[in-house]
Design a protein around this ligand. Structure first.
Ligand code: IDP
Ligand code: MG
Length: 139
């Protein structure tokens, strides 16, 4: 239902570190249900499109390179207040500013290689969910 989903990606840094399982455990322990999931490597075109809102930012090209440097885990998560509760669970974009106990505090390396993505609004959650998943891939 609208308002109850968010889109996450476990980013290439966290996948390479071997902490997919740890992060999924934190997500499910926090009460999120997994409605869709896939493990794949985005193409440059896909990453450019996903982050198009940031294309004027100085970090855009590096971000696209990073996000295509290895596979990711993309997932649709469902919970009441999914977007805001998930942003709380992942912590600040810059892990140096993230609160104790958040996913980014535990697993992020720096402001770019920050372990996980979380949608920033209900509208973007819908757009990002449709970016990664067809209706047939959702349960
Ligand atoms: P968010 O992921 O917390 O929503 P955004 O501002 O939407 O943060 O930025 C998207 C992604 O771009 C971040 O998660 C991070 O990987 C990268 N990023 C954001 N700001 C910077 C920066 O100042 N330098 C390098 N990378 C950045
Ligand atoms: Mg964002």
């Amino acid at each position: 239902m609208a308002g109850n989903i968010t889109l996450t990606m476990i980013k290439p840094d966290a996948v390479q570190k071997g902490v997919i399982g740890n992060i999924l455990q934190m997500i499910t322990d926090a009460g999120f249900q997994i409605r869709a999931m896939k493990y794949y490597q985005m193409t440059t075109e896909q990453a450019q499109q996903f982050y198009a809102v940031h294309k004027e930012r100085p970090f855009y090209n590096d971000l696209v390179s990073f996000m295509t440097s290895g596979p990711i885990v993309a997932a649709i998560l469902e919970k009441e207040n999914a977007v805001s509760d998930f942003r709380k669970l992942i912590g600040a974009t810059n892990p140096a500013e993230a609160e104790e106990g958040t996913i980014r505090k535990k697993f992020a390396e720096n402001i770019e290689r920050n372990a996980v993505h979380g949608s920033d609004s209900d509208d973007n959650a819908q757009i990002e969910a449709s970016f990664h998943f067809s209706q047939l891939e959702r349960f």
